[in-house]
Design a protein. Structure first.
Length: 299
């Protein structure tokens, strides 16, 4: 077994099955997804990067991670109460078909929808009524993970590099006295890329105080805005985000892809062993430095 400490980044491959019928419902591996008939071209198939000990994984699975050995596949059965919980009847909602049609949305069984940021899956359509399940995905299901621990990253510089790489942000990480320089490889990074660098720095220290200069932020390229109405794509059962009820249901777009984004963002927002780092994000650099370390150097 390898030592895994809270705050370490781990990289895993897995295949997730329902215990009830042994069907594959999620995986990090493209070929497995294709053979199982759940492949989605929008889904970024790759080993998953997770911050250990932050409660961002299924509780029953996270408890098993310290028992794994690098490179050795292990099967772990997780009961529903230690996975996504039991199904709640009050999260089964009946919506009006006409409300969908007035928004030019043609609902169908299995489509992902969101009601004021609370996502669900259409279970049935009958007599002008649409039944939507707003329970968490796979609630009430016992699950079986086939999981392989690929890597444990404890070094802070390597953590930062791994987070940026997983988010497909091309940047060079330079360790300095008291912190790091994160230098983008292109002239005008998008606001999203700057935000990812910010989140990566926060993964190293959640107490980092981020300061942006207006002229520097103004040079950053604006992110592309999606045009037109969102469309339902991929497997809508993958990790709908939590939210508040109310508002009008909208079709969910790329739910599987959004789960990966949300997983990474959530993983980079919390970290134990905080250091007081001050960071500055410029159009070309995201700089995090520790004032305490700088003071020690002067003394």
């Amino acid at each position: 077994m390898v030592e895994i400490k809270p705050g370490d980044l781990i990289r895993i491959d897995y295949v997730l099955r329902r215990c009830s019928d042994n069907s594959i419902i999620d995986t990090t591996m493209e070929e497995v997804a294709k053979k199982a008939g759940i492949y989605s071209p929008q889904f970024p198939y790759a080993p998953k990067l997770v911050v250990f000990g932050m409660g961002r994984m299924v509780a029953g699975l996270e408890a098993q991670l310290p028992l794994l050995e690098i490179g050795v596949k292990k099967e772990v059965k997780i009961t529903s109460e230690n996975a996504f919980g039991e199904k709640k009847k009050d999260l089964m909602r009946v919506l009006v078909l006409g409300d969908f049609l007035r928004q030019n949305v043609q609902p169908r069984v299995g489509m992902g929808v969101s009601l004021d940021n609370k996502a669900g899956i259409i279970k049935s359509i009958n007599s002008g009524r649409v039944v939507v399940d707003f329970n968490r995905p796979f609630a009430g299901e016992d699950l079986l993970y086939s999981i392989t621990l690929l890597e444990v990253v404890s070094d802070q510089k390597k953590k930062l590099e791994a987070i940026l790489s997983a988010a497909k942000v091309e940047a060079t990480v330079i360790q300095t006295d008291g912190g790091f320089d994160v230098e983008f490889k292109k002239e005008n990074p998008t606001e999203q890329e700057i935000a990812v660098a910010n989140a990566a720095i926060r993964a190293i220290s959640p107490n980092a105080q981020v300061k942006l200069k207006e002229e520097e932020m103004g040079q950053a390229a604006k992110p592309m805005q999606a045009a037109g109405a969102p469309q339902a794509q991929g497997n809508a059962e993958k990790a709908p985000p939590d939210g508040k009820e109310g508002g009008f249901p909208q079709a969910e777009g790329k739910p599987a892809q959004e789960e990966k984004k949300n997983s990474l963002q959530a993983a980079t927002q919390q970290e134990e062993n905080p250091q007081k780092l001050h960071s500055r994000l410029a159009s070309k650099k995201a700089i995090a430095r520790s004032p305490d370390a700088a003071a020690e150097k002067k003394n």
